[in-house]
Design a protein around this ligand. Structure first.
Ligand SMILES: N[C@@H](CCC(=O)N[C@@H](CS)C(=O)NCC(=O)O)C(=O)O
Length: 224
């Protein structure tokens, strides 16, 4: 069986879970609390990061983008990065923008403040309200960009649903779990996200729960 080492609220792990499900590839998940840096896990990925995927033939793969590039080449039945070269470049641009800038400014920042600090067991680590405020303020710029794209295209990188939609929705779904997306001020982005949420491959995110941290009721509501 294919195995995915992941953390339920890690946006990069969600990106790979979502892609595997869109491609209808079976996999089992192993939760890895990445901050623990377990010796056994470091032997699989010395960087100590999730996600890590072990494919059926034993190949060990890490880095979410490297994994999805691998999946599109090895299992090309449903291409998620795109067929046309210009669509591929657009998909990769959006994927990279959210995996780097949005992750640093928003999704990983909030995950760190609200989840990791709480569970990592480091005494005296409390959420920093200034960091949380900065992350929430930065979000408007990204939601405006999503609205701008979805006003012009069927999906974020073109006519077809792609890794751009998967990546952006994976990051936003983590922030949404934490109740921090100002949907009401960004209607086109909200409409796009509702369409992504209604895809069967997205559904497993609805079941994710972190002990002591309950998502808002709209998190798993298909109609918001
Ligand atoms: N570029 C990597 C980033 C993965 C990443 O940063 N994962 C976080 C959890 S969401 C992690 O494992 N952090 C631990 C660390 O960086 O040491 C990817 O796309 O997979």
């Amino acid at each position: 069986m294919r195995i995915l080492y992941h953390y339920p609220l890690c946006p990069f792990s969600r990106k790979v879970r979502f892609a595997l499900s869109e491609k209808k590839l079976d996999f089992a998940v192993e939760q890895e609390n990445f901050w623990e840096k377990r010796t056994e896990f470091l032997q699989i990925n010395s960087l100590g990061q999730v996600p890590v995927m072990i494919d059926m033939n034993g190949s060990e793969l890490s880095d979410s983008t490297a994994i999805v590039e691998y999946l599109d080449e090895v299992y090309p039945e449903k291409k998620l990065i795109g067929e046309d070269i210009l669509v591929k470049t657009e998909t990769r641009k959006i994927m990279n923008f959210f995996d780097t800038k949005f992750a640093t400014e928003v999704s990983l920042a909030l995950l760190n403040e609200k989840v990791i600090k709480r569970f990592s067991g480091k005494g005296g680590e409390f959420p920093d309200s200034k960091n949380i405020r900065n992350a929430k303020n930065s979000m408007h710029h990204y939601l405006d960009y999503i609205s701008w794209l979805s006003d012009r295209r069927n999906w974020l990188s073109g006519e077809n649903f792609s890794m751009a939609d998967i990546t952006v929705a994976s990051h936003l779904s983590v922030v949404d779990y934490l109740g921090d997306v100002p949907w009401d001020r960004h209607e086109p982005a909200k409409q796009w996200y509702a369409r992504v949420k209604s895809r069967p491959a997205f559904r497993s995110f609805f079941q994710d729960r972190i002990a002591g941290l309950i998502p808002p009721s709209h998190y798993s509501d298909l109609d918001f």
